[in-house]
Design a protein around this ligand. Structure first.
Ligand code: MG
Length: 248
C-alpha cells in the first residue's frame, strides 16, 4: 500500500506543478519578449531575378564599368546584346571593388555548340575574393570528376545534386558567402563558408572552404582582406549576364 500511496502523492505533486506552471505562464506579459528597437531596413525586391533595391549592380549588360581585365587593364571579353562572353586568351576579369560577406547573383550560359568534353566543356568559374572557386561547367550529360563539376567548390565540395540546364540555356547561381577571418598572426580564426543555389536548387549548404582553390595538391589559406570577384577565362566561350551583389 505504501507504493500505492507514494504514486498518488507523485501524481498530485505533478498536477500541482503543471497548474502552477500554467498560472505562471499566464502571468507573463508576452510583450516582455517583443523586440521593437531594431527595425530591418526596407528593401524592394526585384522582379524575378532583377536586383533588389539595395544591390550593387556589377553587370547589367551595357558596359564593363565595374570590371577590369588582365593586370588591371581594359576587359577584352566580348560584350554583345547585353551579354558578356569569355574570349579565349583574354584572361579572367575582376571587379574593381573588393568584397567580404555577400550575396551574389549571376547568370551564365555554356556554349550551345558542344565541342569538348569533361573539364573542356563550358568551363569558367567564379572566384570569390579572387581565391575560392565556385565551378562553372557544362555538366549536362557530361561526366567529369564530381568535385569539379558545375556548382562544385572546385576540388573541395561535390554539389548535393546536378541541377544543370542544357548547353545554350541560361542558368542562375545565387551564392551566399561568408569570408574567412584571420588572426593577427595570419592563422585562420574561422574558415570561409558558402551556400550555392543553382537554378533555384540548393547545391552547397553552408560548406567550409579548406583554403585557396588549387588545381594540384591540397588547398591552404593565406591571410587576406576583402578582395575582388574574378570570373575565369578557361578558354571556353561561356557567357554571363545580370550580375549583382549585396554586401552583408
Ligand atoms: Mg573553372
Amino acid at each position: 500500500m505504501k507504493i500505492f500511496s507514494v504514486s498518488i502523492t507523485s501524481i498530485s505533486l505533478l498536477a500541482f506543478l503543471i497548474t502552477q506552471n500554467l498560472a505562471q505562464d499566464e502571468r507573463l506579459d508576452p510583450k516582455l519578449t517583443e523586440i521593437w528597437e531594431h527595425v530591418p531596413a526596407v528593401v524592394t525586391p526585384g522582379d524575378g531575378t532583377a536586383p533588389p533595391s539595395d544591390a550593387l549592380v556589377l553587370f547589367d549588360g551595357s558596359n564593363f564599368d565595374e570590371w577590369v581585365g588582365r593586370n588591371g587593364g581594359p576587359v577584352r571579353w566580348e560584350l554583345k546584346n547585353g551579354v558578356m562572353t569569355v574570349v579565349e586568351g583574354a584572361g579572367g576579369i575582376r571587379t574593381r571593388r573588393s568584397f567580404g560577406d555577400s550575396q551574389l547573383h549571376l547568370e551564365w550560359r555554356a556554349p550551345a555548340e558542344v565541342t569538348g568534353k569533361g573539364q573542356e566543356r563550358g568551363n569558367s568559374g567564379i572566384f570569390l575574393q579572387d581565391r575560392y572557386e565556385v565551378q562553372v561547367l557544362d555538366s549536362y550529360n557530361n561526366l567529369t570528376y564530381s568535385n569539379g563539376q558545375a556548382a562544385s567548390i572546385y576540388k573541395q565540395h561535390i554539389p548535393l545534386v546536378n541541377a544543370c540546364r542544357p548547353p545554350g540555356v541560361w542558368q542562375t547561381y545565387d551564392i551566399i558567402f561568408t569570408s574567412p577571418r584571420f588572426k593577427s598572426d595570419g592563422s585562420v580564426q574561422s574558415p570561409g563558408r558558402v551556400t550555392v543555389i543553382h537554378n533555384g536548387v540548393l547545391v552547397q549548404n553552408n560548406v567550409e572552404f579548406q583554403g585557396n582553390t588549387v588545381f594540384r595538391g591540397q588547398p591552404e589559406y593565406e591571410q587576406h582582406s576583402q578582395a575582388p570577384i574574378r570570373l575565369q577565362d578557361h578558354s571556353n566561350p561561356v557567357s554571363y549576364r545580370n550580375i549583382w551583389i549585396r554586401e552583408l
